[in-house]
Design a protein around this ligand. Sequence first.
Ligand SMILES: *Cc1c(COP(=O)(O)O)cnc(C)c1O
Length: 474
Amino acid sequence: MNWDEYARWGKEISDWGSDYHKTLRDRPVRAQVAPGDIAALLSLSPPEQGEDMAVIMEDFERVVMPGITHWQHPRFFAYFPSNASPPAILADFLTSTMAVNSLLWQTSPAATEMETRMMEWLRQAVGLSGDFAGVIQDSASSATLAAVLTMRERSLNWQGNTKGLSSMPPLRLYCSGEVHSSIDRAVWVAGLGDSNIVRLPIEGPLRGLRAEAMRAAIISDIAAGYKPAGIIASTGATGAGSCDSIRDIAKIAKEFDLYLHVDAAWAGSAMICPEFRELWDGIDAADSIVFNPHKWLGVQFDCSAHFLKNPEDLVRTLAIQPEYLKTHGQDGLINYSEWSIPLGRRFRALKLWFLLRNYGLEELRNRIRNHVEWSLVMAETLRNTENFEIVTEPILSLFTFRYAPAGATGLAALNQKLVDEINDDGRIYLTQTLIDGEKVIRFQVGQFDCTQEDITFAYNVICEIAGRQDVSYG
Ligand SMILES: *Cc1c(COP(=O)(O)O)cnc(C)c1O
């Protein structure tokens, strides 16, 4: 393809994207294909000769699109949102065009300097103290892994990387049972061992970990010869949005000199609205925080904001400087590859710059406030509907409910069947979770083009499909 053809196809594809977004309501939200359907349409081997772009685009529609679940669909109420706003998409078009790799300052000074400034904008936007510096990671999972590695090195007096863990005391890490699976994985990958994750019981409507139970666990671990390394707290955990009391936990972290990382992957975006910040009250005492603008804020994947009180600790944990990466005579400059696990890194700051300038914080706050408000309305409406129960109250824009008609047995199977039928129907998309061992349905509002009418529509679909269930099922 030459660059003139590229220009022509670029226009075609941006027209395609505009039509796609404007007509999304006509498509089923979740892909309605069976396993293997798409693979069966893909050639078994690569072509020897190049093919025409028009043919490739036709195949894109025919082969790929039926297998797409539409995360940008206004009636997507599953998982957490994954918003792609027009200015952020355009910024990624530009960055892809240049294929910038911002591993060092000198490999694109604009990317590094803008990343520093965008993290400073986000810090102000979510109301964190000026003590935090930031880096953009590819995922919250990476940020949390970096945090766990930093905890490990800090508690082993920076000896883990050089000596390995076999001669070290067993390290312990504390969290509630509500944390995201990325915490488990970070602990595994960091070599600390799943059995050294101490999962504490939760309490209260916010389902936060019991700080006193954590303190007692730390004391008894120390007595038993373990070395506590750190704490991972959640603001808005994935299952039901649980929020730990950061203020209480931070006091204990300080008492025992433990590193405190806060996973706010989903809920952090909502902190651009000052009225929601009570959910992470005390946050300025954390050592690191991660939240994903690629969830609720309108920059498409990947863009995870990772704030650090002491970036030196992270750099001390991760930096390697082989000769080919040294930037002689430029000490004092930030080389962000020393702040992250992968070496290569995309120019992610540009999409934040485009989004924040084109929308402004006020527009973004309006969207998030609407989502929270509509989720409350939906929960109230379901509560007042016969046979439905609210299981966990809304935290921001997420709540859980179940269908529990009087006398029905096998509620777990009934609710799973309801979720499956709703998703097979395709008009809306929901997912299930377990709350205290019970199967429930999650409802989360967060897609940028969602309107209040879409919420009413979802309510009607849920009632219609629930009404068809045989309640003696199970
Ligand atoms: C989505 C999510 C994650 C994982 O985010 P990635 O960026 O996909 O790694 C971690 N924690 C919570 C609470 C989440 O909601």
